[in-house]
Design a protein. Structure first.
Lengths: 203, 203
């Protein structure tokens, strides 16, 4: 079946979000990134900050998080038998499925590759970059200092890995989960856009 | 620096070896796969069967293998303080480095991406495929039965993962280890050759 949807997962600092935005603009379709978070915030009633932070990250020990969600499920965190993070995941899940049903689009992050795994019209992409390129982007675009950036980038990727592992039982960043993985440090941002677009239009 | 060498790592059944051979033919360079194993067998004195089987696979428990290599290093397995598998790895390591120094080429498997990690003229590729495509290739080209193929493919990939993990301390198949990862089930064998060639010639 012709691919209609591109999911872009990405290492922090790899430029994956920008690649998604550029690609969507070139293809004349919507890029769901900030817009997706707005929709999830509206649908769930959670603050936008919470959605941004917890929608694809689990920080701290994975075991601790699992234990917390089991222990407190029915009392402290939520009124419907789920932890707040689980509740957020399920709303996000529903919103992503509704978007995919409705229109051709680019979806950045949020485990969309996994959430849409039963569809046969998705092209799943993962963007990596070498440490040097990620560091340069982090300092230039994300307002990080050269000193702090390596630890922050690593921590963010670890939190994304934990989130993905927890909700999908798969390894975030493992090539076999995606159709196309690209090193933007070597290929360049424009190079990545060109390759993804060419693949998207040819399959 | 202009890329001169393409390393191709691949899931069993993904057609990665065939992609490497086709690519090398199109580019007019040598594909080191069986030829590499011949050279390693000759250089090491090991039987070709042993080189083929143990040069990129560790079967059984990883811990057991590590324990074996530590325990028996100086007596049972080898006369030079290494297990036979370690000795094979180091010869393979040396041969791959010599080839890379000498000529532009394609190298299939054998952790070549890691062995050549200090060079800046390698394009590192990983080929995956969906289960259905791998199964079809396994039955059609590798003489496996439809019943046995899933378990054999899984076991072979696990053995490659163990070998890579043991010698590189990295995760085999993790996108961040490669420049380009492609799903040959979706993109087709010819599609993969085309994308790799286009990237190789443009960077």
């Amino acid at each position: 079946m012709k691919r209609r949807i591109i999911t872009i997962s990405r290492q922090n600092g790899s430029g994956g979000r920008y690649i998604g935005e550029t690609l969507a603009k070139e293809l004349g379709i919507t890029c769901y990134d900030e817009k997706l978070m707005d929709m999830v915030a509206k649908e769930s009633g959670f603050a936008l900050d919470y959605v941004e932070e917890k929608g694809e990250k689990i920080t701290g020990s994975l075991l601790f998080n699992i234990a917390s969600s089991l222990t407190y499920a029915n009392n402290v965190f939520s009124g419907n038998g789920m932890s707040l993070q689980d509740e957020l995941y399920f709303v996000q899940n529903r919103v992503i499925k509704e978007i995919a049903e409705k229109e051709s689009c680019v979806i950045v992050g949020r485990s969309a590759d996994y959430i849409l795994r039963d569809r046969d019209d998705c092209l799943n992409v993962f963007i990596t970059a070498d440490e040097k390129s990620k560091l340069e982007r982090a300092v230039k675009y994300y307002n990080m200092t050269e000193k702090d950036a390596p630890a922050i980038l690593k921590k963010n990727d670890k939190a994304r890995y934990n989130h993905y592992k927890y909700y999908t039982d798969q390894e975030w960043g493992m090539a076999s989960n995606y159709d196309l993985c690209l090193n933007s440090g070597l290929l360049g941002i424009e190079g990545c856009v060109k390759i993804i677009r060419s693949v998207f239009e040819s399959i």
